[in-house]
Write a protein that binds this ligand. Structure first.
Ligand code: BDR
Ligand code: CA
Length: 325
């Protein structure tokens, strides 16, 4: 299979770390670079965490470009330290600081790379969509220059996780998300419909602990996050792997069994629907007939086995290339 060139865009907390490690160790993926964004944590911390994880995986040569510190309309921002820990690494991150970001911004980096390699690159934003919205403003032709956009964000038929209807990445910057969903590029919206159902268990984390090295680090930083998942979502020790699933889908490591191509709109009102991704699933009883102008696939059900594939990949990541104590 041909490698998929990917540019990730991360607000690097715990599940973003899962996504970055998976991208580093998967031979199906060419990790072209990573943009960073505020979201789970502030921009500086998201950037340092990203640089550290790449260094740990022996991929310090992958460019990291800093992005937005706040939503595109400049309104308020908030963070999710209560989910990812004060260090965005479950309060058990490494002490060292490795690497340095490049001088281009995340949006400039996206535009530069997509101009260089028209039609090749899959953008995989797994944080708020501000950097992609800025990139669209810099290069209105960007939708023609990418292979596609696989977004971790939104939800169609499943409740939200920051409001009854909104998922965090969209809710952080609905105006940016609105621009991104309106742009005429092929989108895959990897939302809570699938990410709340494909979960890591203690058995998977035990395998990672046994493997040690990079996998041991992944298990170590996931404890706090798993406790949050236990208390707020599942009532047992299960962990979501939202961002890693987006990477898996983008690179064909896991396929959707049901993924209609439908119209999606983002609610940018200030009412209770703010940040909702309104997906037109009215065709559900007719096997989703084609919709005019639809360009967004919405996976509703995945093949089994991704948590096991992910665990096996992470367990094969080997020793850390830097001191992770
Ligand atoms: C998404 O929000 C962030 O907290 C996670 O990293 C993930 O990208 C889940 O709603
Ligand atoms: Ca994220």
């Amino acid at each position: 299979m041909k490698n998929t060139p990917i540019i990730l865009d991360c607000d690097t907390g715990v599940d973003d770390t899962m996504a970055i490690i998976l991208a580093c160790v998967s031979p199906e993926i060419e990790l072209v670079g990573i943009g960073t964004i505020w979201g789970n944590v502030d921009l500086d911390l998201a950037t340092q965490n990203t640089l550290n994880i790449l260094a740990m995986c022996g991929k310090a040569d992958v460019p990291v470009a800093k992005g937005a510190t706040k939503p595109i309309n400049g309104s308020h921002q908030d963070f999710a330290y209560f989910v990812h820990g004060d260090d965005g690494q479950g309060n058990k991150g490494m002490k060292g600081k490795y690497g340095k970001e490049i001088s281009l911004s995340a949006a400039e980096f996206i535009v530069e790379q997509c101009r260089k390699r028209p039609g090749e690159i899959e953008l995989v934003p797994v944080g708020p969509l501000t950097n992609l919205a800025v990139a669209l403003k810099l290069e209105p032709n960007l939708p023609k220059l990418v292979r596609g956009v696989t977004i971790m964000g939104g939800t169609a038929l499943t409740p939200g996780n920051v409001s009854p209807v909104a998922e965090a990445n969209i809710w952080h910057d609905p105006e940016a998300a609105d621009l991104v969903f309106r742009a005429p590029w092929p989108i895959t919206m990897v939302g809570l419909d699938v990410t709340m159902k494909t979960l890591l268990t203690e058995k998977h984390f035990e395998q990672m602990r046994q493997a040690g090295g990079v996998a041991g680090y992944m298990a170590r930083i996931s404890e706090y996050y798993t406790t949050f998942n236990e208390e707020r979502s599942f009532g047992k020790r299960l962990a979501t792997m939202h961002d890693a699933i987006a990477v898996g889908i983008a690179a064909g490591l896991v396929k959707a069994k049901v993924s209609p191509n439908v119209n999606v709109e983002v609610d940018i009102t200030s009412g209770p629907g703010r940040g909702q991704t309104i997906c037109d699933l009215r065709g559900i009883y007719l096997d989703f007939p084609a919709q005019k102008n639809a360009h967004c696939q919405v996976p509703l059900e995945l093949e089994e086995g991704f948590a096991e594939l992910f665990t096996a990949r992470i367990c094969g990541a080997g020793e850390a290339a830097v001191d992770i104590n």
